[in-house]
Write a new protein. Sequence first.
Length: 678
Amino acid sequence: MSLLSLLILMLLLPERLALAREAGEMVSVLGTVEVRREGRWRPVGPGAVLAAGEAVRTGAGSRAAILLANGTQLKLNANSQLELRQVTPRPVGLTPAAARAALQNFLRVLSGEIWVRGGEPLEVQTVPATATIRGTEFNLAVGPGDTARLAVLAGLVEFSNPQGLVLVAANEQAEVAVGTAPRKTVLVEPLDAVQWSLYYPDLASRSQERARLRQDDPASAAYWTEAARRALLQGQVAEARQALDRALARDPQDALAYSLRATIELTQNRKDRAREDAERAVAADPTSPEAYLSLSWVKQAEFDLDGALAAARRAVALDPAHVPALVQESTLLFGMGRLREAVAVAERARALAPDDALVHTIWGFLQLARNRVPDAHLAFREAITRDSTLALPRVGLGLILFRWNETDAAVAELRKATLLEPRVSLYQSYLGKAFYEVKQDAWAEQTLALAKALDPRDPTPWFYDAVRLQSVNQPVAAVENLQKSIELNDHRGVYRSRLLLDEDRAARSATLGRTYNELGFTQLALREGQQSVARDPTNYSARRLLADSHAATPNREVARASELLQAQLLQPLNAAPVSPQLAETKLLIPQGGPLTPSLYEFNPLFVREGLNLWASGVVGNQETWGNELLVSGLTERFSYSIGQFHYQSDGFRPNNDLQNDIYNLFVQTAVTPDFSLQ
């Protein structure tokens, strides 16, 4: 070994040792959570780095969420203790199969209960048995008397000890005690096994919380309702249900008890039961803001945004200081495209609760929509600081980090969001397209498949998967996914109003048309483009599709230039380039050359600031050659595109030579979210 190599090794060795020891990050802390470090138990908070060999324990009524260095997601229930014996960071650039072969990860559950989701090999040791994971989602509880119970929601787990071995598949569970072989049983309600790991939103406003604190009589319904609310916030769902039963036994007309029960059912995706309880709450007490807020959440989940907004506004009318109701109203208005009204309502919530994490979250998204990116960044950071259990501000922060081209940090934030709320399909969709954006196609495919399984009615993962499939040269599969996303598009109502839903359908049809163009089905592409424009004449994606489709059709130059101009006038700030030749007519250029735009070129999955460069060219006989060079960029309120196009040929007969040189400059600035200058 040369002296230079030895010197480099010595310089890199401390860093490598540090990386090897890093086992994960503490993402969320609720209650009392401690880490055993250097032989002593110390309090730990969100953002703390955990090392191999350390142990984590939670106190009564406490929970913790950990993102391991290999990407595995893990949660600890109350009164649990976990040792991170060995965690190997995932090698960069490997497929999931190759990564599974390379990694060695060992955990030890000393007591309590953990939830785990991951695609890497993992061995979890307990006193009575060892669970060997092969890419799965499971819940493992260690009980008194050295017993253990394993419930598998997805994948396959090998559960073994010296007395025997069982393979536990999805929707199965196994139990074991020291000295006995594991035995397998059917898991009737898989979600019940992990209900403690879900996020349950709070219904109460601050004023009503203070009023309930004065209810200290166990004989009153209010006492047990408040006990149920506090248990629910700690993930103690069984205890919350028992307390609600006691509250309703004392007062069958307790609206808050029905509202809390509706929240439980809705979080566990039992929408029919949730609607029944929410309607009972309203019938029991028409003056209860919590009753109308729970009804608003249920109607939103049922895609009735108008009804959800009416219920939220009724809750605010009953209690103008009810912060969760104000946040719900602002969120619905924002989803309906009524940005100014949403901002006005959010400002009222900020005045009432400037420290509330949900208020900071909705404020962050509103600022992002108003192109105030630094303000949005501060709002999301503050929301995470105030409540580390919230997933939505992690999603917002991930979007901003992608915009700033901090891709590794952005992917990490989206991983944390899916850890905090693992049953939300939309968050998995965002993580899937994040993997696609950073060119980790195998992980993108795996994550989007999970999103499809979590909510078969959501078209979002099908849409993102279509873009992914097109980029890996599978256009037929891409068309199938796009058609499925269009079929399911009405189910996006939970996130968008009817108007925005129509825009969404138009955007999906536009992308389908572009894929048809790639397959050579020009007439089908034209039809999809025309249908998209008919559904939403103001959709710039549909206009751009028509322009591209006309570019591939003879004698459509005027129509092409017209559609391109309308697309440019309607487009928001983005970094999409403006091809010089598309805006011109009578170029007399045969089909071919640097003329065909790509699918991804005009369909970026994340808005990203900075400079972009596109270059293409063609060379042929008869002194034929051409090139195109495009430079585009995006900042907080400003976008631009500079293009150059050259084509020349001697032609196929005398005096048939041709030369075109085109230059263009396009600049756009957003004065307000609704008004821009070009």
